[in-house]
Write a protein that binds this ligand. Structure first.
Ligand code: CA
Length: 246
């Protein structure tokens, strides 16, 4: 649940706190800019400079989202993300340098929800954070179970079963699959998936879609032995399981 509550600051100012963000960045100047923009947008912000501190603070303070620099001294961002993922489903927005394409893909594979390439505009960062958190709010809208021969999605519980086995999906993988299943038998283009899953404010690379669809397809295939998401060359992706009569 997105925590959204009114707090009383200094007895005068009533302010909506939109969520708690943990910023992990060792460069002080970037940390300060990120903090300022997020706070001005209404978020509560905690900053740390190392992976070890990030894990400690995340466990104690349970942030809604972590802005995670990839290039940290000591434990790097990938390892931090892996460890965060072992403990919780917290959203992760990775910050990477332009030359780190391979790391970016790795980051998405291990469960980061989005990434921004440095140098980035702080406004864009705020927009991305808001888009990620909005997705979560949107998750609650559809509640009817979607039942197919090999796949069953229960949006109310946020659960996906493949061949009656509960699948372990990240938030973004879940949202990608949900969109494909809602449009079963029809092709969704990469642009449509980006709009629906990442939001229209997404500025990243279409490759992100391929990475996520690939991951979801693999996870489904491991359990069902079937390839349930077809690639329609040059167009997009299609979920191909048959609706089940219940
Ligand atoms: Ca850094």
């Amino acid at each position: 649940m997105l925590r959204e509550y009114v707090c009383n600051l200094g007895g005068w100012e009533h302010r909506i706190v939109k969520g708690k963000i943990l910023v992990v960045e060792d460069e002080k100047s970037i940390q300060t800019i990120v903090r300022t923009y997020l706070e001005n947008a209404g978020f509560q912000v905690v900053c740390v400079e190392s992976g070890a501190d990030a894990l400690r603070v995340a466990e104690k303070q349970r942030p809604d989202l972590v802005v995670l620099d990839l290039n940290l001294p000591g434990m790097d961002g990938i390892e931090v993300a892996v460890r965060l993922r072992q403990e919780s489903d917290v959203y992760i927005l990775m910050l990477t340098a332009r030359s780190e394409e391979a790391d970016r893909v790795t980051g998405l594979r291990i469960g980061a929800d989005d990434y921004l390439t440095k140098p980035f505009s702080p406004r864009e960062l705020v927009a991305r954070v808001e888009a990620i958190l909005r997705r979560r709010r949107g998750d609650k809208i559809a509640s009817t179970a979607l039942i197919f021969v090999d796949v069953r999605i229960e949006p109310e519980k946020y659960e996906v079963y493949a061949a009656d086995t509960l699948l372990d999906l990240t938030h973004t993988e879940y949202n990608v699959l949900l969109e494909l299943v809602r449009h079963a038998g029809r092709v969704l283009t990469r642009d449509q998936l980006i709009d629906r899953v990442w939001g229209v404010g997404f500025f990243g690379n279409e490759r992100v879609v391929d990475v996520y669809v690939g991951q979801v397809r693999r996870k489904l295939e491991q359990v069902t032995g079937r390839s349930l998401i077809e690639t329609v060359r040059g167009v997009g992706y299609k979920f191909v399981d048959t609706p089940k009569d219940v």
